[in-house]
Write a protein of this length. Structure first.
Length: 425
């Protein structure tokens, strides 16, 4: 275990001085601004709106001069100019894959994946060359599982591309293939452990895990402690989005998430878009250096803060503190973002519905989602409507929800469309 706590995937980058890191990022920023300005309609438009050219952005702080891009901006731009809304910079013929995230948002995937940020994250959590890694993230339509798959290839680790679901199969694969690492959501790992215990297995004895990497959902400290005690190993998390990639990852010190060198992360005031002072809580905004899908000042909607104190692991980057919540009613259920407008689009297909509210709770470290529905008037067969609505939610949002009919007036006026009642430590 001690060997998995030490070392770096890219020591030169991960331990560079503050001055050298800033110079490196200024150079990469200048390059992507020029490239984006000349190849991306959306980026050129962002500059033109504020009357600037790339040369005006000389320092990292100068990014404040550009507007923040929100998820809704991306969705609207793609509706007006499919498929990539002017954000893509290469022709469709040059795209290896087109990913589809809820929204929908279409994202191009490059032929040769070279982004090393997720590889840094996986190494930091303890995964090494020769490991057999169970990848339980979803390979269907969204890019994260494939990004991690490519990153594990860089590390010369063997991947079992199992995806989520079918817990019995996950347990069998873990045992028969003697998998040494798990990557996926923490709640799914807990579900696997509990199912194994229900089969009278001891995860410490019958599994062969040496490292775990979790992400895509909130990770309370109580769940970490429970997982680590049942597996007798480190459980570390990473943070990012499908739009901008990896933005932070934990090291064995577990004192915040190191920000990779190949991305610029700001903590900004949600109203003004201006950068906040060190340690203040604000929205995470990221600028990546992708020449396939460049994002300038992309607003993640997540709240956090920056940590500048040195880390005992030897990495010299600033770190993100824990994720404090969301800036709006958008929430994440089973690792999937749910937006109020997405639910609105589902509800308009059912004219009998007068009002609705999505309620998200958590039981035994698992997310649960219910949709409370008020009808304009009673209908003959509520069960038929319930099944249709639940199917529509599953197909559109990619999450499971229970539809619950409530009496007229059962949903208060001005109630949140999405009420996240989960409590985090």
């Amino acid at each position: 275990m001690s060997d998995r706590r030490r070392g770096y995937f890219d020591e030169e980058k991960e331990t560079m001085s503050k001055e050298r890191r800033e110079a490196y990022q200024r150079e990469r920023l200048s390059e992507i601004l020029q490239y984006g300005y000349h190849h991306s309609k959306a980026i050129r438009s962002a500059f033109e709106k504020v009357g600037l050219k790339p040369e005006a952005i000389r320092e990292l702080k100068d990014l404040e001069k550009l507007p923040v891009t929100k998820k809704a901006d991306l969705v609207n731009a793609q509706k007006e100019g499919p498929p990539f809304g002017g954000f893509g910079v290469i022709s469709e013929e040059g795209v290896r894959r087109i990913y589809v995230s809820p929204g929908p948002v279409y994202e191009p995937g490059e032929w040769d994946y070279e982004d090393r940020r997720w590889a840094q994250a996986l190494f930091s959590c303890g995964i090494r060359s020769g490991d057999i890694v169970l990848n339980t993230f979803n390979y269907h339509l969204t890019p994260l599982a494939l990004m991690l798959d490519e990153s594990l290839r860089m590390m010369k680790a063997t991947v079992v591309p199992v995806g989520p679901g079918n817990i019995s199969m996950q347990i069998n694969l873990m045992r028969q293939l003697r998998a040494t690492a798990y990557i996926g959501t923490p709640s799914f790992l807990m579900a696997i452990i509990e199912a194994a215990e229900g089969m009278h297995l001891d995860p410490k004895r019958d599994f062969h895990l040496r490292a775990t990497f979790v992400g895509a959902e909130m990770f309370p400290e109580s769940l970490r402690q429970k997982l680590e005690s049942k597996l007798d190993l480190l459980v570390r998390q990473g943070y990012g989005t499908v739009d901008v990639g990896c933005l932070g990852y934990e090291c064995p010190e577990k004192k915040g998430m190191h920000i990779p060198e190949d991305v610029i992360v700001e903590i900004v005031d949600t109203e003004t878009g201006k950068e906040l002072e060190m340690g203040a809580t604000g929205e995470i905004v990221a600028t990546n250096f992708s020449k396939v899908f460049p994002m300038l000042r992309f607003a993640t909607g997540d709240l956090s803060y920056l940590i500048s104190e040195p880390c005992a692991c030897g990495r010299t980057s600033m770190r993100l503190g824990r994720i404090m919540g969301r800036t709006d009613q958008v929430t994440k259920v089973w690792g999937i973002f749910i937006h109020p407008w997405q639910v609105d689009e589902i509800m308009v297909k059912f004219p009998a519905i007068a009002n609705y509210q999505v309620v998200v709770t958590r039981k035994d470290y698992r997310d649960e989602m219910a949709i409370y529905v008020e009808l304009k008037e009673e209908i003959a067969d509520k069960m038929v409507m319930k099944r249709r609505l639940e199917k529509e939610v599953q197909e559109t949002l990619k999450v499971t929800a229970e539809v619950v009919f409530t009496v007229k007036g059962g949903i208060p006026d001005r109630a949140k469309k999405i009420d996240d009642r989960r409590i985090w430590e």
